[in-house]
Design a protein around this ligand. Structure first.
Ligand code: HEM
Length: 125
């Protein structure tokens, strides 16, 4: 029998699209957090996050095709990410996840990943 990917199990593209839309709506509404982003237009950043997450959870690999190896820690190095930025990022992501209708198991798996990834991305004291 074939095992469905996490990406498929939670509902595929529309779910990742909604997650990233809800996340970036909050970035857009927070001038202090938004100031960290190099571009005024957040649509390309939203798209990169969406492609990355789809790929990470077993969906299409367009992130890799377009951006190459993720090397996320390296790509975040130009941005000063301390505990405050990390916690804001996680708060936005928790709110975004709350708009999805994930099963408790899928919710726990995704949230656990985001908590670990956000801690790993911290690069300032
Ligand atoms: C890019 C901030 C954590 C995934 C970016 C960018 C900023 C940023 C400012 C540049 C936007 C752009 O692409 O133009 C932060 C902050 C975090 C954080 C403050 C707090 C901990 C994470 C986490 C993930 C992630 C945990 C994944 C789970 C990405 C991806 C990109 C990106 C995929 C685009 C990379 C590329 O291909 O250039 N982030 N990020 N970020 N971030 Fe984060």
């Amino acid at each position: 029998h074939t095992q469905k990917s996490f990406y498929e199990q939670v509902g595929g593209a529309p779910v990742f699209e909604k997650l990233c839309r809800e996340f970036y709506k909050q970035v857009e509404a927070d001038p202090e957090f938004k100031a960290m982003y190099p571009e005024e237009d957040l649509a390309p950043a939203e798209r990169r996050l969406r492609m990355f997450l789809e790929q990470y959870w077993g969906g299409p690999t367009s992130y890799q095709a377009e951006r190459g190896h993720p090397r996320l820690r390296m790509r975040h190095n130009p941005f000063a990410i301390g505990p405050k930025e990390r916690d804001t990022w996680l708060k936005f992501m928790r709110n975004a996840m709350n708009t999805l209708e994930l099963s408790p198991m899928h919710d726990a798996m995704m949230w656990d990943y985001f908590e670990r990834a956000a801690h790993a991305m911290q690069n300032r004291a």
